[in-house]
Design a protein around this ligand. Structure first.
Ligand code: PLP
Length: 412
């Protein structure tokens, strides 16, 4: 369990030693992993926890009387408590396990959506990931609701005065990302939450790109829902969390029907289980949940403020060095941004740079990053995106800059 205030000082070499994948060579070069926005690498404690679960504890949870089932159940529920404490959720049952951010948003769009009626409005932003656009479009089609979009400026900042005008007594939910995955903008979610609440709307925060970079306190934020993915926060793939306020979750119908989510089943009528089980039908990703707890416990021992500062400095340094390259343009120049540097280079397709960087051992992402409307807004096919985690270094950025220049020499 988390020991309060026992923080490990930020020591980059010690941190890097925890991540075996970083010791690899790719095409004979030291791996430089700058694709953390897509997924993060896993520390040894998480790898050990996965191995331990499958080699010593593997069992189904919540319904076994035997020893292994009880061990797995208690570790799964302990993981929920670790996550509850980390995000400062008031209640353990407000932390729902699912398969990731996409699953959490779809669940809210379906179940909260069931409470909406024709003409109700949902507000999202112009910089959302597809997983925070499409579920709302599907809901709007199903329930004849209206989707409104907060526009952004050419810097990649939300136009907050327009947001004010979008809100009305028809607005039922505002769903925005905390940090944009393609621009790195940190959105003013505190202001968004306050303004949405003032007119009685609920707020969902897509935290897929934030919880690994900064302290998240759902009570201080007062958000109604907060979704994130385990794999982006140094945990396994296929597991994630949706935090939701108890009274709202209680008011929503269940999502999927099946085992564990019921209280009593007869052919005439089924009654549902209490939270969190009501929204967790079927056998969950047990190893995933437990090991996400391990990842969050690991993160909780690090100094998150030092991590945030380190990643901010990396992003600033990368931008400053990239801007020396002829014809290079940074996409997303918001004042408040972090950890993501997206760019395009005149006359060069992002994919070509990505491929040549790969041959030099450097992993970046190229393309639209599941934000096609952002690419349309900037009138570009895609970007080259370097996204940093706390285990990245300035030295890696120096090698990356040289590699970009080398690639350009080949392409120009
Ligand atoms: N939201 C944002 C901002 C993201 O960056 C991502 C993934 O990149 C998602 C949602 C979807 O996350 P997942 O694919 O883990 O469900």
């Amino acid at each position: 369990m988390i020991v309060e205030n026992e923080k490990i000082p930020f020591d980059i070499n010690a941190i890097r030693a925890e991540f075996p994948v970083l010791k690899q060579k790719i095409y004979g070069k030291d791996l430089i992993y700058f694709d953390n926005g897509a997924t993060s690498q896993k520390p040894q404690v998480v790898l050990d926890a996965i191995n331990k679960y499958y080699s010593q504890e593997n069992s189904n949870i919540h319904r076994g009387v035997h020893h292994l089932s009880q061990v797995a159940t208690s570790h799964y529920e302990e993981a929920r408590t670790i996550i509850q404490k980390y995000i400062n959720a008031p209640l353990q049952e407000e932390v729902l396990f699912n398969s990731g951010t996409t699953a959490g948003i779809n669940m809210v769009a379906f179940c909260f959506g069931e409470l909406l009626t024709e003409g109700d409005e949902i507000v999202i932003s112009a910089m959302e990931h597809h997983s925070n656009i499409v579920p709302w479009q599907m809901l709007c089609e199903r329930k004849k609701c209206i989707l409104k979009v907060i526009p952004m400026t050419k810097k990649g900042e939300l136009e907050m005065d327009v947001f004010d005008n979008l809100l009305s007594n028809k607005t039922k939910l505002v769903a925005v990302s905390h940090i944009s995955n393609s621009l790195g903008t940190i959105n003013p979610i505190e202001e968004i939450i306050e303004k949405a609440h003032a007119i009685g709307a609920k707020v969902l925060i897509d935290g897929a790109q934030s919880i690994q970079h900064m302290k998240v306190d759902v009570q201080a934020l007062d958000c109604d829902f907060y979704a994130f993915s385990g794999h982006k926060v140094f945990g396994p793939t296929g597991v994630g969390v949706l935090y939701g306020k108890k009274e709202i979750l209680d008011s929503m119908p269940p999502y999927q029907g099946g085992g564990d989510m019921i209280s009593k089943v007869t052919f005439e009528k089924t009654t549902y289980n209490t939270l969190p089980h009501k929204f967790e039908a079927g056998t969950p990703h047990i190893a995933g949940g437990i090991c996400l707890g391990t990842a969050i416990e690991y993160l909780s021992k690090l100094d998150i403020d030092a991590i945030q500062k380190h990643e901010y400095e990396l992003a600033q340094y990368a931008e400053q060095e990239l801007l020396n390259i002829d014809g290079l343009r940074i996409i997303g120049t918001a004042k408040n941004k972090t950890s993501v540097v997206s760019f395009v280079i005149e006359g060069i397709h992002p994919f070509d740079i990505g491929t040549l960087l790969d041959k030099q051992g450097i992993a970046v992402r190229t393309g639209h990053h599941c934000t096609q409307p952002v690419m349309s807004f900037f009138e570009i096919p895609g970007t080259i995106r370097a996204s940093f985690a706390f285990y990245n270094t300035k030295n890696e950025i120096d090698i990356f800059i040289k590699a970009v220049n080398r690639s350009l020499k080949m392409l120009r």
